[in-house]
Every structure is written in C-alpha cells, then in structure tokens.
Design a protein around this ligand. Structure first.
Ligand code: BES
Ligand code: ZN
Ligand code: ZN
Length: 491
C-alpha cells in the first residue's frame, strides 16, 4: 500500500472513504462540504474500536468512517496501530482502493506528530497484511493507497518510518508463513541475498556446509545430518551512510530452523506443522535488514542466521552423540529436539570470532517452556547487562512487542555441564527452568560480549488478535522491536 501525507490546510482530493478519528465524547468537525446525518452522534460515542460507516451527501468522498479512539487519557501508540488497522480492514472489506484519514491535531500534541503518523501508517500497512503466496489463484486486494492528513515535516517523516518498519514486519511474516518445503535453508539464504540488493549499504555472505566444516561448526552441521536439505549460514552486514561518533557494532543472531520435527527425539504429530515457524528468529533478523534499507540507522549492524532443518534421515544424529562446536567445546546431544541451541552455538561463536561486535542480541523460538512461563504476549529475555535489558524492554513497550526478564544464574550454567563432555544440550529431567537452561547453554558461546537472548517461542505466532497482528499465522515479532532498539541505542 502506498502511504502519503497531506497538510491539514491543503484541499481534499477525491477519495473512496474518509476516516475520521474521535476520542470519547468528541464530535470532530467533518471537512467542509461533507455532511452526515446529525443523529449519528447519538449512536457513535467514540468508544475504542467503535466503527461506523456513513454516506455523505456531498464533498470529495461518498462515505465517512467514524473511528473511536476511546478515552483521551488511555490513548497510546498501540491504540493508534489498531485504529490504522481497523481503517484498512473496513476499507478492504468494502473493496475500496483509496482512503484518507484525518488525524486530529490534539492527537499530535499529545503523542508527537511523528509517532502518531508512524503508528497509524504501521497499523494501515500491517493491518492489511495477508499471506497469498500459497494460493492457486491470488485473491484481489483492493486497498492501494492511504493519505494521512495531519501537519508538518515530522508527521511526513513519521509516516515513512511507519511504512518502513511495517514492511520489515511483513517481510518477516512472509518468511514465517511460507511452508517448510518452500522455505528451506537455501531459500532463506536466497532471501537474504535479495535483501542485500535493496541497498548499497547492505551486503550478504552465505556459507555452505563445506565452509562451515572448515570453521569447525560441528554443532550446527550435526543438526542438519538428518535432512537432505543442506544447511546454510547467512551473514548480512549493514554499514551506515555516515560514521557517527559513538556508533556501535551490533550483531543480531536469529534461529533459522526451517522445520523442526525434533530429529530422532521426534515431536508428537499434533501441531507439528507449527514447526515451520521455527525459523522465526531468523525471519525477524531478515525483517530488520528489510527495514534498514529504508531507514538511516547510525550503527553497524550484522545479521547472522544459522539455517538448518531438523529431520530424521538415516544419517541423523542420535541422542548420546557428541559434537564439537566452533570454539572447541564438546556437547553431548541428549535430546535432538533441543537443536536450536546447537545451531545457535556455532552462529554465536562465528559472531564473536569473525565480527567481534560490541553487543549481540539473539532471537530464537527456543523453548516450549517460555510459553508456560509467559504465555503468548511477552517474549522471554535474558540480558547480560542492565543497560541492554532496559533498552530492549523500553523498545518492546514502545512498539507493542513486550519482552520480560527471566533469570540466568551461575547455578543454571552448572546444570548444563556434560557427563563425558564439556556440555550437554538439556538439563536433567525434572529440574524445570527449561527456558533458562537454553539460555545457560548459549552463554557458553558468547565469551565476554554484552549479550541478550530473546526466547520468542510464545510470541512468534499464536498471539492474541490485535487487529494489526495476531490471531493466525506468524507475527513477525522482533523486527520492529530491534529497529526501535537500534534507533535508541546510544541516545
Ligand atoms: N522449536 C522448539 C521450541 C518450541 C516448542 C517453540 C513449541 C515453539 C513451540 C525447540 O527446538 C524444542 O523443541 N525445544 C524443546 C527443548 C527440550 C527438548 C529441552 C522443548 O521446548 O520442548
Ligand atoms: Zn526442537
Ligand atoms: Zn526448534
């Protein structure tokens, strides 16, 4: 969808629908020349998400959509995203192609013109998201253009920003929603290479199994042994246009397990299909690079995605196998279904050794246990510094992708010591703390680098419907969170 902005003082042009936003008790003036029956205001109170379409007797549009923002003191960016999404859905439902939205000046004063425009643009774009690639005949999608009517340069910039982050989110969702036979490690790597073509500031390097073998990535390669699909290691690099003082080098590492059958420690059949989403961490990282091409972030950003498939072929690794990671540590694979941490182990070693970043953030659909702990609306967070923890938490709250801190103590790291090897990939049965065990395992591969592990197993799909995201299919969680965090980094 094309999103443009227009100044409040400019003349309205012809459009299929004008959306008018109103807080509770407010009766906004319609643009001059547009009339709706006065009695409407008895039925429309401006309750949050209340929506009413009215025909107009004259003016530039045949219909007005009244949209309730709710109570003035409860307004926030999340509500605006939802309102943007509702406007898009209402328009699409009526097969309309072009809409305008009048943004009250009071809203800009309360939340900032740039933020308001960004949230509404995000809502419009993300609320229009559909996954049509797997349909034999692609359904017609009607809504092509939306104009946000507000004020000033910040408003215009905000709208463009909202489009960039929303499209990053949509890109991540496309990767997630693709079925596993159409999103193999090689295809994920191909997508990364295509992303690099979107900007001269982004480059992509894809390593094959031979290259990984040379680097000693026994943990990653072990996971792929049961699959006919070869593994890939994706490394994207974004270099800012101008080098700014205080700029950081950041690495984002995402689990790219394109299908997780569990391996020999096979998963139950029910809902196994959900495991096509086990590459959601990698999708989030690629989504960030989609957005980076359209934004102006001052930091050097690396994206590392180990891509692999966990199946049960004749060559599959067995419970009890010992593999050696790139940093020389040996790992007893006691459960082949705890494979995310194995591919991440080598990806983290690679990141520390070859990239040497100031900070690493990894994202992974790592444990079912995090869903027990936090459900589907919050991602689990294990941060090695308070600055990183508070920065990510603030970013998550801002974009509506909240993260919540979970504990990682030395005693948890003790649990991961192997019996005949340095490490084992699961803690002893009955100990619980499954998500922490995963994080404790990963901590062996980051050295002293500032690091945060985000467990997105609960939030990558299956979240509550919030109009712009949720319900069925992937959520694209992580992309907008990381973009926001990168933008606030060092400020
Ligand atoms: N990909 C799964 C984690 C997962 C499970 C994500 C359910 C989303 C929903 C991961 O590879 C896995 O299987 N983890 C195991 C670890 C266990 C064997 C220690 C799990 O959570 O059961
Ligand atoms: Zn698994
Ligand atoms: Zn997995």
């Amino acid at each position: 969808m094309r999103i443009t902005t227009k100044d409040r003082s400019a003349k309205l042009t012809k459009t299929d629908l004008i959306a008018v936003l109103a807080t509770e008790g407010d009766r906004p003036e319609l643009p001059e020349g547009h009339e709706i029956p006065k009695g409407i205001w008895d039925d429309f109170q401006g309750r949050f998400r209340q929506a009413m379409i009215q025909s107009t007797s004259a003016g530039t549009t045949p219909r007005v959509l009244l949209l309730g923002l709710g109570k003035e003191d409860e307004l926030d960016l999340e509500r605006l995203r939802r309102i943007g999404a509702l406007a898009a859905k209402a328009s699409e439902g009526r097969k309309l192609g072009k809409i305008s939205m009048i943004v009250p000046a009071a809203l800009e004063e309360a939340l900032g013109a740039g933020e308001v425009a960004a949230a509404l643009a995000e809502g419009l774009v993300m609320g229009s998201y559909n996954y049509d690639d797997a349909r034999g005949k692609k359904p017609d999608r009607h809504l092509k253009a939306a104009t946000l009517i507000g004020g000033g340069a910040a408003f215009k910039k905000g709208a463009a920003h909202g489009v960039a982050t929303a499209e990053g989110n949509a890109h991540a969702r496309d990767l997630q929603n693709a079925p596993a036979n159409r999103m193999t490690p090689r295809l994920l790597a191909k997508d990364a290479q295509a992303l690099a073509k979107r900007s001269p500031r982004i480059t992509a390097k894809v390593m094959d199994e031979a290259a990984m073998k040379r680097m000693g990535m026994g943990a990653l390669l072990g996971v792929s042994l049961g699959s006919a699909e070869p593994a890939r290691l994706i490394h994207l690099t974004y270099k800012p246009a101008k080098k700014k003082r205080g700029a950081k080098k950041v690495a984002l590492v995402g689990k790219g397990l394109t299908f997780d059958a569990g391996g020999i420690s096979i998963k139950p059949a029910g809902k196994m299909w959900d495991m096509k989403y086990d590459m959601s961490g990698g999708a989030a990282v690629l989504g960030v690079f989609h957005a980076l091409a359209d934004l102006d972030i001052p930091h050097e950003v690396h994206g590392v995605v180990p891509a692999s498939e966990n199946l049960l072929g004749a060559a599959a690794q067995r419970p009890s196998d010992v593999v050696t990671a790139m940093n020389g540590k040996t790992i007893e694979v006691l459960n082949t279904d705890a494979e995310g941490r194995l591919i991440l182990a080598d990806a983290l070693c690679y990141t520390v050794d070859k990239i040497k970043p100031d900070t690493i953030v990894d994202l992974a659909t790592l444990t079912g246990a995090v869903i027990v702990a936090l459900g589907h609306e919050l991602s689990g967070m294990f941060a090695s510094s308070e600055a990183l923890e508070s920065g990510l938490r603030a970013a998550g709250d801002h974009v509506g992708e909240p993260v919540w801190p979970l504990p990682l103590l030395d005693i948890h790291k003790e649990q991961m010591k192997g019996t005949i090897s340095d490490l084992k990939n699961i803690n002893d049965g009955g100990l619980g703390n499954g998500s922490t065990a995963g994080a404790a395992f990963l901590s062996n591969f980051v050295g002293d680098t500032e690091w945060c592990h985000l467990d997105i197993a609960g939030t990558a799909w299956g979240t509550r419907n919030r109009d712009w995201v949720g319900g069925s299919l992937g959520s694209g969680v992580g992309t907008r969170l990381l973009v926001r965090w990168l933008e606030q980094l060092g400020s």
